[in-house]
Design a protein around this ligand. Structure first.
Ligand code: KG4
Ligand code: ZN
Length: 423
């Protein structure tokens, strides 16, 4: 009897909760089709994904080349381009899915974190579609979407898992416990890795070398580093070695490289639009120190979750995502750490690592299935420029003061042309 009463009370409370929060009450057994919209930075993306993880249609308009020529993202220009393209991108995805709006169950849209002017376009348009077609709205956290996409790509990934997100705007290490529950172990203290790559590629003038002229900073540096014959010629100090936490910092590396670049340009009499002769080795040195830093923080994170029993030893997975996760050199270093500590590493394909509509639609699917944050009445939901992901465990991690015996990454010191011969 007591049990039944408790159940009834629970049911009533849950009803009240959903009503109070204007959330839809939804049975998780039904199949759903979610449309996702992404406009948090410089990509206008849309996709339609079903609850099985089938991508029914997708479209992406990248502003990359325009911002590359402007020397960086100018927010009002990004906003104008989103405004100009959003309707076409959504129509293209809907047409590709060969679907009518009445078949779509809900519309998921990135509302945080990101460039406010960019977020505004997607959010306004997503809500407009919801009103027009009488659909519920699923507000999405951009970093949650980066983290969860891996579960669409690899259905075997179960909660909890460790996730490293490295993008143009963020750097964080977290444990994903549930769709909407993350434990934040470490965060970026200054420049994000992609941001550091972009700024340094610009300063090294890689754009003036024809084969790199159309690439984003990270891609250009990765490609240039492949040509290095002496990756240890420029040595950089690994950041935060004395701090026993899982936080990240890339601005010190950036300054070390800039000093090296200034002196080399002067010594070699490099013209204003010229590139230093040792640029490939410089890129390799940069990639190496960034990889070592990332590997250190991830290894400490793994040791922390093992010490605290947060992830069962037989289910250890590291998901690596965000734009800079496309970098194969970084992935090689992280894979070595995973191999040593008994982790399976999952990295979604490049087009799912960088910003796209699929990840937003999939995050919508994950929330739809669990009936978390699906709003019939959504006018009160606003965009947010900054939004931390999950519960902060950063102080707890620091207090553990974990000293690690670093996994040896000796292979990374060799020119990549020699990797296969030494494997
Ligand atoms: O996730 P994303 O598409 O956008 C943000 O949410 O920031 O990431 C874009 C970033 C850019 O800074 C770009 O330089 C970096 O991802 N990126 C790379 C590579 N491809 C893209 N960084 C390193 N290596 C790459 N291959
Ligand atoms: Zn992103």
């Amino acid at each position: 009897m007591r049990l039944i009463v408790n159940k009834k009370i629970k049911f009533f409370m849950s009803k009240c909760y959903h009503l109070l929060n204007n959330e839809r009450n939804f049975s998780s057994s039904a199949r759903g089709i979610i449309l996702g919209i992404e406009t948090s930075c410089d990509d206008t993306g849309c996709a339609i994904v079903d609850t099985e993880g089938n991508v029914l249609g997708e479209a992406l308009h990248s502003q990359h080349l325009i911002h590359l020529n402007n020397g960086g993202i100018i927010p009002p220009i990004a906003q104008d381009l989103h405004r100009k393209n959003i309707e076409n991108v959504v129509s293209e995805a809907v047409n590709a899915a060969n679907i009518h709006f009445r078949e779509i169950d809900a519309i998921a849209t990135t509302v945080k974190p990101g460039l406010p002017l960019s977020l505004k376009i997607g959010t306004t348009y997503g809500k407009y579609l919801c009103r027009l077609h009488k659909k519920p709205f699923i507000p999405i956290h951009h970093m949650e979407a980066h983290a969860l996409t891996a579960r669409m790509h690899d259905k075997s990934i179960e909660f909890p898992f460790l996730v490293l997100l490295i993008s143009g705007g963020h750097c964080l290490l977290a444990v994903a416990k549930k769709v909407d529950k993350f434990l934040l172990l470490g965060e970026g203290k200054d420049d994000a890795p992609g941001e550091a790559f972009d700024k340094l590629a610009r300063r090294m003038k890689l754009k003036n070398i024809p084969e790199y002229s159309q690439l984003c900073g990270g891609q250009a540096i990765e490609k240039a580093a492949l040509k290095a014959d002496d990756p240890l010629r420029y040595k950089f100090t690994i950041p935060l070695l004395q701090y026993k936490d899982c936080n990240f910092s890339f601005s010190g590396i950036k300054n070390q490289l800039l000093l090296q670049l200034f002196s080399e340009e002067k010594e070699e009499n490099v013209p204003p639009d010229g590139v230093i002769p040792g640029v490939s080795n410089l890129c390799a040195g940069l990639q190496l120190v960034m990889t070592r830093h990332l590997c250190h923080r991830v290894q400490r994170g793994m040791e922390y979750v093992a010490r605290k029993g947060i992830i069962p030893p037989n289910k250890q997975t590291l998901v690596v995502s965000g734009g800079a996760a496309c970098n194969n050199f970084i992935a090689t270093g992280l894979q070595m750490v995973c191999d040593e500590l008994g982790y399976k590493m999952v990295r979604p394909p490049p087009k799912l690592c960088t910003d796209n509509g699929v990840m937003i639609a999939w995050n919508g699917v994950e929330r739809w299935k669990e009936n978390i944050g699906v709003f019939e009445d959504f006018e009160h939901i606003d965009i947010e420029k900054c939004s931390p992901l999950g519960e902060r465990l950063i102080e707890e991690v620091t207090n553990e003061s974990i000293s690690c015996k670093w996994v040896k990454l000796s292979k990374l010191n060799l020119p990549q042309s020699r990797w296969n011969t030494t494997d």
